[in-house]
Design a protein around this ligand. Sequence first.
Ligand code: ISE
Length: 329
Amino acid sequence: MSDRALRVGIIGVGAMGTCHARNIAELTGAELAWVADPDEDAGRTLAADVGTEWIADGHDGLDRCDAVVIACPDRFHAEFTLDALSRELAVFCEKPLTADLNQAVEILEAEVAIGRRLIQVGFMRVYDQRHVQVQQALRTLGEVNHVRCVHRNTADKPRSVPAMLVESIIHDIHSVRWLSRSEISEVATASVHRDRGPCFVLLTCRLSNGGVASIEFDDSAAGYEVSVEVSAENGNVVAAEPSRAVVRVDGTVGAELAADWFAPFLETYRAEMRSWLDSILAGQLSGPSAWDGYAAQAVAETAAASELSGTAEPVVLMERPALYGSARS
Ligand code: ISE
C-alpha cells in the first residue's frame, strides 16, 4: 500500500454506517471516499457532516476506493461483499456477514479463490476492553470448560427468535467461539413467549473442545448490558462490571443502565475501525474473518431449527479452508 491515505467508501448511512463514517473521518491514515445510500436526505446529511460526497448506489463507488464498509440492511450484505471481492477491495462487513448460509458459503469460496483474506466481519466484542481482559486471562488457564454469555437488550418492538439470533445473539455465538478457541458443535434452543411475543432465548451449546456454553438473551430488558464469564481447567474469569457512578438517594443505592449498545461500546467501535485500517495498511487482515461470519451464521440457523424441532441439533460446518488457520490460531 502506498503512503497516501486509504480511501474508504461507506455503504449504508443508518446508525452503524454513521458510527463507522464518523470514526474513520477522525482517524489518521484514511479518508472517506464517499457514503452511499438510496435515501438522499440521510446520505447528503452524513456526507456533509463527515466532509465527503453522497452517492445513491454503493456499487458505483467501488472503482473509487481501496476499502469499503458495508453497513446497509443485512439482506444486501452479500451482493456488495461479492462485488467488492471481485475487485479485490478490503471489506469490513457489519454482522451478520449474510442473511443466509448459502450466501456465506459463496463469499467464503470467492475469498478462498483469491487466496488472501480481504474480509473482516463486525464482531466487535473482540475489541471491547472488558472482553479482551477475559480473553487475555484465559491464556494461562488451560482448556475452557464453560462460557456463559448474558446479553440484555432493549429492543423497541417484538422480533421473531430467528431475527434475535442473526441480529443480536450472533455476537454471543462469536464470543463463545473466540473465547473457547473451538467451534460450537451442537445447540439446543429454548425460548419464552409472553403477550408482546418472544422475549427471552436460552442457547445451550456443546463445544468441539469438549466444553459447554450457555447464552442467555433477554430482548426486553430494563437496560442494555452484556457480560461474559468463563470457567477453564485452572480458573474462572468474570468480565469486569462497566464503570458507572453509584448513586445513593432516598434510602436506595443504584446506578443508571444504558438505553442501548451505543454508549457502552463507543470506544470499542473506534478501536475496531482503528484495528481494521491498521491491518489493511500492514497488508494482513487480522480481525474476525469470513470464516467466523460463516460459522456463527451456521450456529444461528441451527439454533433456529432447534427452536422448531424442540431438540438439540448438530451444527454442520464445511471443512475449514487453510486460509483461515485453525480455531486455535
Ligand atoms: C445490535 O445490532 C448490536 O450489534 C449490538 O451489539 C447488540 O448487542 C444488539 O443486540 C443488536 O441489536
